[in-house]
Design a protein around this ligand. Sequence first.
Ligand code: KE4
Length: 422
Amino acid sequence: MSLYNDARQVIAGGVNSPVRAFAGVGGEPVFFKRASGSRVTAEDGREFIDYVGSWGPMILGHAHPEVLAAVISTARDGLSFGAPCVLETRIAAKICQMLPSVDKVRMVSSGTEATMSAIRLARGHTKRDKIIKFEGCYHGHSDSLLIKAGSGALTLGVPSSPGVPAGLAEHTVTLHFNDVDGVRAAFAEIGDQVACVIVEPIAGNMNMVPPVAGFLETLREECTRSGALLIFDEVMTGFRVARDCAQGLYGIEPDITTLGKVIGGGMPAAAYCGRADVMASIAPDGPVYQAGTLSGNPVAMAAGLKTLELIDDDDFFTSLSAKTQKLVDGLASAAADAGVPLATACRGGMFGAVFTEAAVVQSFEDVAAADVDRFRAFFHGMLDEGIYLAPSAFEAGFVSAAHSDADLDATIAAAARVFKTI
Ligand code: KE4
């Protein structure tokens, strides 16, 4: 029996999150037992250079000694109190210091909780029901947001999940990412009914699709004009693409920001945060209810706070961006040499690579038209070369501070060999 078959006996689908199941690439998932720096080690001893990084949290690299030390020393004083602790105040203050748009923070335990709560907050604060999201964007698996979603939902071909009541789904309006005219038309028609727009400012769940000039600006303008709240879902881009997130990179201030991944440093922590007047609507100050047994868990706060402290530096992001740019330039050059059509993109420590003739990828339609079979062959070729990429054509990749030039050179050389075989 394989480890995967063992898992399937007792875990639904053999995994605790669908995208891990390799359904998007075929074959059985690799089971890991250890990770350090840029490397992950499988149960059978194989070692890989890792570009998933737990889907974004491991920006410093796996098992960073200072993050581990913070976790271990905090855990020695107890794992969870269910009562306030100073670490919660400290990480909230750190997020407020790093993000000018944020006055108040509420910690939760997952990105799904963060976006679900942000939507409820927007609806409660504006007393409106409709929300606008974009096809191919993924904001976790809460009912209102599993409509034409990206990531695992897209990978499995179920972007709009069964189990979401039509009476709820009808309040979710889905537009096309980067479609400025479509946004303007929607607001002209229903602007006074819209509680919020939620958007990944850089889409990272339909591979990686950066915003076109004017797209985020139009969302900001239309939300301000109509009284809708602008939610930047920065669970993936937050403290990943820049020291002050995508909102700093593009100079747009959202009303609410959702965060996750990096702010937990690998532990279960996420947050929704934003303007003081909006956050005042959340219980116990306001009437909009949200709660969580392990929200602000001290051990998770210790991991996240230490991570933020270590990356809160312009040189950190200058170096990380250079590593990612080197990787992406190397992949693009190797693909061109092999005559393989590949569109690449990167911002900070996040990158995308789409097998398509299109020079740039600007929409969900561009991604949907890509050559998924060629991606599958590339994924497995790179896996055989000791390179672990996201097991889906609809995911972004992540570089950490621990990825060395030797790692990047080895990855590019491996890709050059694999491109010649697919
Ligand atoms: P979680 O509930 O998985 O912590 O966060 C949901 C979420 C919200 N918003 C954005 C922009 C996200 O990317 C995510 C989760 N990202 C996926 C990877 N694309 C998590 C991996 C998985 O589903 O296993």
